[in-house]
Design a protein around this ligand. Structure first.
Ligand code: ADP
Ligand code: MG
Length: 745
């Protein structure tokens, strides 16, 4: 911008500047930004003018509600805008009993109507932050000390540092709304300076190109982009903020949805799908029919519905891309097995990838027993059939065994492959991979999904695209699913198998209460049942975690659980030892399994009826719910004990929610509310880090709208040929490979 006069909006092509142009301008083009400020801004991740303009205030102070010092009254909380006129640090002394009194910083402020003493305790750095000459907003309670009013430990927003080039203080005092920007301790910046940079950028950028035509904006009740950026950075009333934020949030969500919908579209366009055999021409029962008929239980309506929609996808020309959501214990595994069997029916292969070895091993055991006795056509044998073959491949599989599996995969005699990341290695090549299931997807990235799917094409790319089913470990809220898994169709299993009793969950807060957990463990073991004890999480390496698990197992065996057979399971154990521990626990040779969170997902031991989670406050809701789901899987009454003395509000909210409900969908909403979207989205989803203005919880309507607009747009103009400025903008926010895939002509 410095290169062109402020009025020149540059080659916009349309009307107004594009975000791309702002993204190409370093912040140093701004007059206020010298090399020191440039470095400071870089600390905040701000390198370009676009970064600056998308560095949104985290809150605002309503300068229209300032209270003059002369009018302050004791007992109220007030916002005061004033200059620092004196700073002192009375020496820390010793109180009674020679206890050191807290260090104090006292600051005297003046707003032209009077003076006020502001006191900070144990915040020595305030002396540095607030030298004489600083102009700041002070928000805090007004008390009195020895007859004079004073403000105690207020929130402070520095508007002008003592050595800032003076901003006319009158401007600041004229009752506007002050944006408060996220700052970093390392960056030597104030909100006021960032605000000044942002205002200069806005002035000089002038009108911004709006990729949303005004008719759409009207329909969606959104303000135009120029207004949105202006009002987010310099609202003149508090009421302007929310419409501005909603517009910027919509843009973020829309870009994300557009990328996801485009990706879905491109995959379909390029697809070489397989039309699987869903019903047999000869009217004979299919493998799925045989499998379902032999299950020791009847499928729930929800399981049947899920199998039906999956079968429909599988029978179609386009490869399936489907997300299967269901609460812990809702029976997703059987649905996954049915999907793989459809592939096997037509002579293809199925693959199931799980996030941990324990889980992969368990899946293999379970799937093998579910498929016991099923056979597939084999023209090489006399009977014309051979047993259906399931193989397990993990990083621990021995080399000889591995070689056998590889050749079975290549010649098609391994029908179903179950494993961990090991499935992704180059040596794994299928004769014809027909269906891929990814379990507990939150552990896997989009790339891993794509890598496994690519195994269908094979090295020469001549093969076809397998159908893909992704399963979540625990439910995630619908709108979060739209954002994270927006390139997948969704099926929800919203029904639990009959006969499940609610798991009695108690949060135990004191050593006295904790005894209840151990006595329940002893009672249940006496009744022939088993218990899990999840060890406290320990900071540091897996090794540190493991040694603490070992110590805890030894301690329990000597103390609370003496006389019981206590076993151990942690991530550092050798595969064979892990397997042995699991087998002993399954068979009942062990009564209690003391474990780290390696048991978190999927471990299925029907006799387990008690789950004790130590330091439960250290776990997230999804993890706790997943752990709890390990017990009470066979219809017996079951208990979950959450041990924690931490009653800080956030921890308490989590633990009480667990006590209150066993519904994973409800817990998912609580989780989103408590943690915000960041942790749910994680770093997996490219572009989710671009959600700066959007809030998944309160912007659910925007997510839905953004998705609808994206779907319509791609249906109408799949190449986005008529939306050059949108494409241009999307390219700023997605990585190069993705852009290459989405926009190749
Ligand atoms: P999740 O959805 O958590 O992966 P699983 O597939 O592991 O659940 O199933 C949990 C348990 O419920 C398993 O022991 C499974 O055999 C059993 N199960 C699955 N479907 C049914 C059903 N329809 N009726 C009774 N038990 C079922
Ligand atoms: Mg499962």
């Amino acid at each position: 911008m410095s290169a062109t006069p402020p009025s020149d909006r540059g080659p916009t092509g349309g009307s107004g500047r594009r975000l791309r142009q702002l993204a190409e301008l370093p912040v140093s083009v701004l007059n206020g930004v010298g090399s020191a400020a440039e470095r400071d801004l870089a600390e905040l991740g701000i390198d370009t003018v676009l970064d600056l303009l998308t560095h949104y205030p985290r809150r605002y102070i309503d300068g229209t509600r300032l209270v003059p010092i002369a009018e302050l009254a004791e007992g109220e909380k007030a916002t005061v805008l004033a200059d620092v006129v004196r700073v002192s640090r009375p020496p820390a002394g010793y109180g009674r009993g020679r206890r050191r009194t807290p260090s104090r910083v006292e600051v005297e402020i003046d707003d032209g109507t009077g003076r006020l003493k502001v006191v900070f305790f144990n915040q020595a750095w305030r002396a540095k932050q607030l030298p004489v000459g600083t102009l700041a907003l002070f928000y805090g309670p007004i008390g009195s000390y020895r007859g004079a009013l004073q403000m105690g430990s207020p929130t402070v927003e520095v508007l002008r540092g003592s050595d800032d080039e003076a901003e006319p203080a009158d401007g600041a005092r004229s009752g506007r709304v002050f944006p408060v920007y996220p700052l970093s301790d390392r960056a030597n910046l104030t909100s006021a300076r960032i605000s000044r940079f942002a205002r200069e950028a806005l002035d000089r950028a002038g009108e911004l190109d709006d990729p949303l035509p005004s008719s759409w904006r009207q329909r969606l009740a959104l303000v135009d982009r120029t207004t949105a950026f202006d009002h987010i950075h310099r609202p003149t009333s508090m009421g302007q903020r929310e419409p501005a934020r909603r517009r910027l949030a919509f843009d973020e969500l829309f870009r994300l949805q557009l990328a996801l919908v485009l990706r879905q579209h491109r995959l379909a366009e390029d697809a070489q799908g397989i039309r699987h055999v869903v019903t047999r021409a000869d009217g004979e029962p299919t493998l799925v029919d045989l499998f379902v008929g032999r299950l020791p239980f009847t499928l729930t309506g929800a399981q049947l519905a899920a199998i039906a929609s999956i079968s429909e996808d599988l029978g179609g020309a386009l490869p399936m891309h489907r997300l299967l959501q269901g609460d812990v214990g809702s029976g997703k595994t059987v649905v996954a097995v049915a999907a793989m069997l459809v592939a096997v029916e037509g002579g293809h292969q199925g693959a199931l990838m799980a996030p941990t070895e324990v889980l992969a091993e368990q899946h293999a055991t379970e799937v093998r027993s579910l498929l016991e006795g099923l056979s597939v056509p084999d023209h090489g044998t006399l009977e014309g059939r051979r047993p259906l073959r399931v193989a397990l491949l993990t990083s621990k599989t021995a080399a000889a065994e591995r070689a056998i599996i590889y050749s079975g995969l290549a010649d098609g005699t391994v029908d179903i492959l179950i494993g961990t990341h090991a499935l992704l290695t180059d040596q794994v090549g299928f004769r014809s991979l027909g269906a891929v299931v990814i379990d507990e997807q939150h552990r896997f990235g989009v790339e891993q999904r794509a890598a496994l799917r690519a195994k269908g094409r094979g090295e020469d790319g001549a093969g076809r695209d397998p159908d893909l089913l992704v399963m979540t470990a625990t439910p995630i809220p619908r709108t979060a699913a739209m954002v994270v898994f927006g390139d997948l169709d969704m099926t929800v299993i919203d029904e639990m198998p009959p006969g499940r009793l609610p798991i009695t969950t108690s949060w135990l807060r004191s050593p006295l209460e904790v005894e209840e957990a151990w006595s329940r463990v002893r009672l249940e073991v006496a009744a022939g049942h088993r218990a899990f004890v999840v060890c406290p999480l320990v900071e540091g390496s897996d090794r540190v975690q493991a040694s603490s698990a070992i110590a805890e197992a030894e301690r329990l065996a000597e103390a609370e659980l003496s006389g019981l057979a206590v076993g151990l399971l942690h991530g550092q154990m050798r595969a064979a030892d892990k397997e042995a521990a699991m087998a002993d626990f399954r068979s009942g040779r062990l009564d209690v399994l003391v474990a780290t969170t390696v048991i978190e997902v999927g471990v299925d031991v029907p006799e387990a009826t008690v789950m004790v989670i130590e330091d439960a406050d250290r776990f997230g809701i999804a993890q706790l719910h997943q752990l709890r789901g390990r017990v009470g899987r066979a219809g017996d009454p079951a208990w979950c004990f959450l041990l924690s003395e931490n009653d800080a509000p956030e921890a308490a909210a989590r633990l009480s929610a667990m006590e209150r409900t066993g519904d994973g969908f409800e817990l998912a909403d609580v989780d989103l509310e408590l943690r915000g979207e960041g942790t749910i989205l994680g770093a997996r989803q490219k572009g989710s880090s671009d959600l700066k203005a959007a809030k998944l919880l309160s912007d659910q309507d925007l997510v839905v709208k953004a998705r609808a607009v994206a779907v319509d747009l791609v249906a109408e103009d799949p190449g986005l040929a008529g939306h050059g400025s949108l494409v241009d903008e999307l390219r700023i926010f997605i990585d190069e490979n993705e852009a290459e895939f989405l926009f190749k002509s």
